[in-house]
Design a protein around this ligand. Structure first.
Ligand code: BDR
Ligand code: CA
Length: 326
């Protein structure tokens, strides 16, 4: 698809979003839908994470119905049925900030791995997989459909913490901590992989003041977005003493829209699966100049232009949500 959006002329990249919605997952999906010049969203692969897998599957459908994009296929994924109390607190009992978004019908459950395999074959050599939940589905895809390895162009992963503490334990970030074995398999797969860790996402605190720009919106979609973020602000204040909230997942989507927002470097990175205190740690070899330094196997975003990202996010979302106004 050749298209023109916001002055950008180019080829939109086919993208599958592997996700566990999740408040910031919902915002990541909105950013993808708001960016047709760069992103052709060909499918959503849901996975258990922030809430159980039944809930994340239904939430993906709720969001697509709200935004009138029911044509995007949704996979039903692996992962826990149950949830994590801390994630419930940050994302709400329903995973979407207790916004009470309705779901109509009973969506068909295509397995996520089958959907991804089909889309990888259909877009061989071009498909970008943006994974913003635990990597359970992605590892299962590579195991069950090994031919996908040669078909996926790149995997962008929101996860890990490479030069700083994690957010679940001092050493581990949520998405990796939830399923370190799968993450280890994906990192070692040889598929080009860009890791967008907390080191980058924590550069962009969305302050409550930025939401004022969306006050004029009257549509259910605009109202939903405000309620989603207000819930996240309140939960982030209670749990983390923050004035505002970190929206991790949309930064991984932004990597496809405006890669210059991220400062990336190639590095060798492994996932700790056995450590008593370090399970889920993303251990990177930053021994620059040393002969012992291991050959890089991934790229990692070690820094980000937080304000630039928030500007892009707000501009795209405002333009997207304005489409739903009368
Ligand atoms: C990640 O954990 C989840 O709670 C968020 O959706 C994000 O993907 C951040 O650590
Ligand atoms: Ca997520």
């Amino acid at each position: 698809m050749v298209s023109e959006v916001g002055g950008n002329i180019g080829l939109a990249v086919p993208v599958v979003l592997d996700t566990d919605p999740g408040i910031d997952d919902a915002v990541a999906l909105m950013l993808a839908l708001a960016s047709p010049g760069e992103i052709d969203l060909v499918g959503i692969s849901t996975v258990g994470g922030n809430i159980g897998r039944q809930g994340t599957f239904e939430n993906a459908h709720r969001l697509l119905q709200l935004f009138g994009r029911e044509g995007v296929p949704v996979g039903f994924g692996w992962g826990v049925e149950a949830d994590t109390p801390a994630a419930r607190h940050i994302h709400g009992m329903d995973g979407l900030g207790e916004t009470g978004l309705p779901l109509s019908g009973e969506p068909e459950k295509i397995p996520s791995v089958e959907l991804m395999a089909r889309l990888a074959a259909a877009h061989a050599g071009r498909l970008n997989l943006v994974a913003v939940g635990p990597l359970t589905n992605v590892a299962a895809l590579l195991r069950e459909f090994p031919e996908s390895k040669g078909q996926i162009s790149r995997i962008v992963v929101m996860g890990g913490a490479v030069k700083r503490s994690g957010n679940v334990t001092p050493s581990a970030e949520f998405n990796i901590y939830k399923d370190p074995e799968s993450a280890a398999e994906v990192f070692a797969s040889g598929i080009p992989l860009l890791l967008v860790p907390l080191d980058a996402t924590l550069k962009a605190l969305f302050p409550p003041g930025r939401l004022a720009r969306f006050d004029s919106l009257r549509s259910p979609q605009g109202e939903f977005f405000r309620r989603l973020l207000r819930f996240h602000f309140k939960a982030s204040k209670e749990a983390l003493s923050l004035e505002g909230s970190f929206l991790h997942d949309p930064l991984a989507v932004a990597a496809l829209i405006a890669p210059e927002l991220l400062k990336c470097e190639p590095v060798h990175c492994v996932v700790e699966t056995r450590g008593e205190w370090t399970r889920g740690m993303t251990l990177c070899d930053f021994r620059h100049g040393s002969k012992k330094r291991k050959t890089p196997n991934i790229e990692v975003a070690v820094d980000a232009d937080g304000e630039g990202f928030l500007d892009l996010l707000c501009e795209r979302l405002m333009a997207f949500l304005s489409n739903f106004e009368d």
